[in-house]
Design a protein around this ligand. Structure first.
Ligand code: NAP
Length: 341
């Protein structure tokens, strides 16, 4: 954490080709900004790093504006208000919003939400009670809609979104199978989160055979965070009227060419399955309802969560790059500072 009067800010140094690396990031020193009318100056406490940030490093169209080369990187974050210029918050208030990868950011008060530390630790407002939790909530309740007795499969199952999605499907009464990248993660799914089965895709050569064993009755609901070959194995195992929610495709985010075939779409004719891509921000009108429900589940113990916390803003690039190696269990966060108020 920086106690100096300067503001450390990460900039996009260059657009990566393929996998980003340390050359993608540039740590600059800037003056602490002054909040304009209606803005607050916030000091970052917890910064989120997300796979979706890879899309914003690309020049082309995506669902969010690309970052410009030389511009500050942005992230969902939790921070403490230092100064308010009519932003509707007081110094010392803990708030969540979109900040820069920086010690300090100015944010419009209208774009900040209050964080209630009585519901859960403040870090959860960028994790289980933030965008990842909301993505899981709507992807399960509105897109894949598992019913009691059905089989629900989730990829990236031990990550921020996947770990919550699988637990919500369990609360809905489904049989839940998760794909994850280590034995430790599979144990976390089965022992801590109550999944019915976990598959370590890094030690399994034949994803189809592993699925036949873990989900012998086929797949009714598929929550896809990963894409690629695991999805190729799931499609032929979809049941009639199955629902597929395409949440993320991390296996393809660093690809320089989109891989071709084999195509598994005939399954969709036979099963009349529905495939739906979705974006959490399309549900923003219902964020309050969903955050309240997630908070209740966390407080009742029905929803468990894990966080992997990297210390220090200067290590944010490593934390981000680690997502592509599966270094995180649950939500990957960067701790930038402690509360002072
Ligand atoms: P996360 O799952 O916490 O972290 C990413 C995980 O992906 C890693 O821990 C790693 O776990 C796995 N992974 C990395 N490369 C992989 C590969 N080549 N094949 C298979 N698994 C791989 O991240 P998250 O924030 O929860 O996001 C999960 C997905 O949801 C991402 O694709 C993200 O873009 C998407 N998302 C979508 C929305 C939306 O609105 N649609 C919102 C938020 C997130 P392993 O050890 O298991 O490999």
């Amino acid at each position: 954490m920086s106690d100096s009067d300067t503001n450390r800010v990460f900039l996009l140094a260059e657009r990566p080709t393929g996998r980003p690396d340390e050359d993608t990031f540039d740590l600059a020193e800037r003056e602490i900004p002054e909040p304009g009318p209606g803005e607050a100056l916030v000091r970052t406490l917890y910064l989120s790093v997300d796979p979706g940030m890879r899309g914003r490093m690309r020049a082309g169209e995506s669902y969010a504006e690309p970052w410009g080369v030389g511009d500050p990187l942005q992230a969902r974050a939790v921070g403490e208000v230092v100064e308010s210029n009519g932003a509707g918050f007081e110094p010392g208030d803990v708030v969540a919003g979109r900040f820069q990868w920086a010690d300090y950011t100015t944010v419009r008060g209208a774009d900040l939400t209050a964080v209630d530390p009585d519901v859960a630790p403040i870090s959860t407002y960028v994790g289980v009670l933030g965008a990842p939790g909301l993505t899981a909530y709507f992807g399960v309740q509105d897109v894949t809609e598992p019913k009691a007795g059905e089989t629900f499969v989730v990829t990236g199952a031990a990550g921020a979104v996947g770990s919550v999605a699988g637990q919500i499907a369990k609360l809905d009464g489904a049989r839940v199978v998760g794909f994850a990248g280590s034995d430790e993660k599979v144990e976390f799914l089965e022992e801590d989160l109550g999944f019915d089965a976990g598959i370590n895709y890094k030690t399994t050569d034949d994803y189809g055979a592993a699925l036949d064993e873990a989900a012998p009755g086929g797949v009714d609901a598929y929550f896809d965070n990963v894409g690629g070959e695991i999805t190729d194995a799931v499609f032929p195992r979809l049941n009639v009227d199955a629902r597929v929610g395409v949440c993320g495709q991390i296996a393809l985010y660093n690809a320089t060419e989109v891989p071709t075939g084999p195509r598994k779409l005939t399954t969709l004719i036979e099963t009349r399955a529905t495939v739906e891509g979705f974006l959490v921000y399309d549900y923003s009108q219902r964020f309050e309802e969903a955050t309240r429900k997630l908070g209740e589940w966390v407080q009742s113990g029905d929803l468990q969560y894990r966080e992997t916390v990297t210390e220090g803003l200067e290590n944010a690039p490593d934390a981000f790059l680690g997502l592509f190696d599966g270094e995180n269990i649950g939500k990957q966060l960067v701790k930038v500072g402690d509360r002072r108020a």
